[in-house]
Design a protein around this ligand. Structure first.
Ligand SMILES: [Zn+2]
Length: 108
């Protein structure tokens, strides 16, 4: 019977609608994307920072700073660890950045 199969489809639709309607409410996709180039093999490794959950607050001389540190690894051919650090101000603008094991080639 057609009736039962359409009921299942409707159920799935509602399920997905719930996911998509509830997800974007809080996380306005505030990600900071970047790419680093491996010092050893030249591979571009991409990473991103979740500006809501990855940052740790820091107070330097009365200024509010947010610090994040990430360790990236490229493909399995190269085991170089690339460590990146970013500092953000209270408006989530990058005020300092550095990398070891590679260099930052792209941000934004
Ligand atoms: Zn590499």
């Amino acid at each position: 019977m057609c009736a039962s199969s359409s009921a299942i489809t409707d159920g799935n639709m509602n399920f997905f609608k719930r996911i998509f309607s509830s997800a974007p409410v809080r996380s306005r996709a505030s990600f900071y994307a970047f790419a680093v180039q491996c010092d050893r093999c030249g591979e571009i490794v991409r990473g991103r920072i979740n500006l809501d959950s990855d940052l740790s607050a820091d107070y330097e001389g009365g200024h509010e700073l947010y610090h994040v540190r990430k360790v990236l690894m490229g493909s399995d051919k190269c085991f170089q660890r690339i460590e990146v650090e970013f500092d953000f101000d209270s408006s989530r603008n990058v005020v300092a950045r550095q990398a070891s094991g590679g260099r930052i080639v792209e941000t934004g």
